[in-house]
Design a protein around this ligand. Structure first.
Ligand SMILES: Cc1ncc(COP(=O)(O)O)c(C=O)c1O
Length: 497
């Protein structure tokens, strides 16, 4: 028998004994508790659901008064014969899921598990530190827009989204030399929705999509969900291998190329102007659209910005994605797509068919935040913090894992990619690292086939400088301990017994 109490009470304020009686009554009514079946002893049920024995006794008394149960001293409480009409329970319904979703479930099972709520040093997630969210600014912006425009903002917004925010973002993009108007922008639910919409715009199930390898792991999930195949193209220190990309994009089954040119996830790298120009030449020559994901572009803390692919393209080959998830907070679920012509037309129809529109009040509040200057002030603070955290992390790596780890400090964003040539599969380090109180994102999850990787992504967004130093010290211990068990470790005979 299963009883679930509402931890905060029921909306009608029913006493606890009545919640218990109601649930037993329903179970008798539907036949889950059959006539003649014994209810758990008062003491046992009270212990299970953590209430006083008198409370359970009151519930049983109420059911007994209704003639649904009967109690015999020494034997217990039983469901009365005839308490409910005999019911045929339907056979358990086992839905058949689509092949795509079965594959997706298989992929989900391979993801690393991180226990929530432990007090270890978190270096696995690319989620901004909640301590840094400009909550007060956002609250003021939301209050302001609701007082000024409440009625209008609480309606459907249309598939394109809040005109003011689109204007503001188009202005920012133009400053970054992207030739775009507010009419060519679509606000979406984070870059995630943008990715899915772009995939749906250009592909049929069974098609292939070229992705960088490694790449953002949720793109691999999105491909599986839509019945698409990933065609991985290896990454080099300067970006995707263009010589390998060219024949891939020439394949007739490859319909799209997804790339993260700035502060790549997971590698942290940013490609050069020349690399971007050549990539666009290849994509245009093979008539394959390019989805450019620029989630972390506002998080540059050193060096000069490189024009985005969208800024370099005047042919309409690029679908440009941006999101406020990394530069502000992910909870507003606000992203942006920029495209034009037929692609824009198709996108608006798809968006309308998917979810009609985004949330106008949130879009209006972000418009206020951007126009008031609060977003830029927040970005300045965030970049300073990220730079300090990145330096603390890379200095600690230098000190603690010198000669063991290879990495290139990034110019912005949230992550450093670390190669450990002595470790064949960093996934195997993770349980020890979690026990030691530090987490990281093992490299296998960014590879389409999930094979072993000697790389790991370390994020410097969640932990402060001291915590990062502690985290690296813990990680270094785990790595050194693992290296010491290798057959070729110093002192080992190399003989397997
Ligand atoms: C490269 C990249 N694209 C998209 C996303 C998803 O972002 P959003 O919250 O905007 O959906 C992430 C999140 O980690 C990301 O790293």
């Amino acid at each position: 028998m299963r009883i679930r109490l509402e931890p905060r009470g029921t909306p009608g304020g029913d006493p606890v004994y009545r919640q218990i009686a109601d649930q037993i009554r329903s179970q008798i009514a539907v036949g889950t508790l059959a006539p003649g079946e014994r209810l758990p002893p008062i003491r046992v049920l009270a212990g299970d659901i953590e209430v006083n024995r008198d409370t359970v006794a009151l519930a049983y008394d109420e059911l007994s008064a209704e003639g649904l149960v009967t109690s015999t001293v020494g034997r217990g409480t039983f469901v009365c014969a005839g308490a409910a009409p005999p019911v045929e329970l339907p056979p358990k319904f086992e839905p058949v899921l689509s092949t795509a979703v079965e594959r997706l479930l298989g992929f989900e099972r391979t993801r690393p598990r991180y226990a929530s709520g432990d007090d270890g040093v978190s270096m696995h997630a690319l989620i901004p530190d909640p301590e840094l969210y400009p909550v007060a600014d956002f609250r003021r912006a939301l209050t302001r827009v609701l007082s000024d425009d409440g009625g209008k903002l609480l309606q459907y917004g249309g598939p394109q989204g809040h005109a003011g925010l689109r204007e503001a973002l188009a202005g920012r993009l133009r400053q970054a030399t992207v030739d775009v108007s507010a009419d060519e922008l679509v606000l979406c639910q984070g870059a995630s929705q943008g990715i899915t919409l772009a995939l749906r715009l250009f592909t049929e199930p069974g098609d292939a999509v070229a992705v960088e390898e490694p790449t953002y792991s949720n793109v691999l999930a999105a491909l599986l969900a839509l019945g698409l195949r990933a065609v991985p193209v290896p990454m080099r220190p300067d970006g995707v291998d263009l010589a390998a990309l060219e024949p891939v994009l020439a394949r007739p089954d490859v319909k799209l190329f997804y790339t993260i040119p700035t502060f790549h996830n997971p590698l942290g790298t940013t490609t050069s102007l020349e690399h971007r120009r050549e990539l666009l030449r290849i994509a245009r020559a093979s008539a394959v659209p390019v989805v450019e994901d620029t989630c972390e572009v506002d998080l540059r803390f050193r060096g000069r910005p490189v024009p985005s692919l969208a800024a370099l393209d005047d042919s309409g080959a690029v679908i440009h994605l941006f999101s406020f998830s990394k530069s502000l907070f992910p909870g507003a679920r606000l992203g942006l797509m920029a495209t034009r012509g037929r692609a824009l037309e198709g996108l608006l129809a798809l968006r309308h068919a998917s979810d009609l529109s985004g949330a106008l009040p949130l879009q209006a509040a972000l418009d206020d935040l951007v126009r008031s200057g609060a977003y830029d002030r927040h970005l300045s603070r965030l970049r300073r913090t990220l730079r300090a955290r990145c330096d603390a992390l890379t200095d600690a790596l230098e000190e603690q894992l010198s000669g063991i780890a290879d990495f290139v400090p990034p110019d912005g964003g949230y992550q450093v990619w670390v190669e450990l040539p002595g470790i064949a599969d960093t996934r195997e380090l993770l349980p020890d690292a979690l026990r030691a109180g530090v987490s990281f994102a093992p490299g296998y999850q960014f590879l389409a086939d999930g094979r072993a990787s000697s790389g790991m992504r370390l994020s410097f967004t969640q932990a402060n400088e001291d915590a990062l130093r502690t985290g690296v010290a813990r990680l270094a211990e785990v790595v050194r301990a693992r290296l010491a068990t290798r057959p070729d470790a110093p002192g080992s005979t190399g003989v397997h017994i």
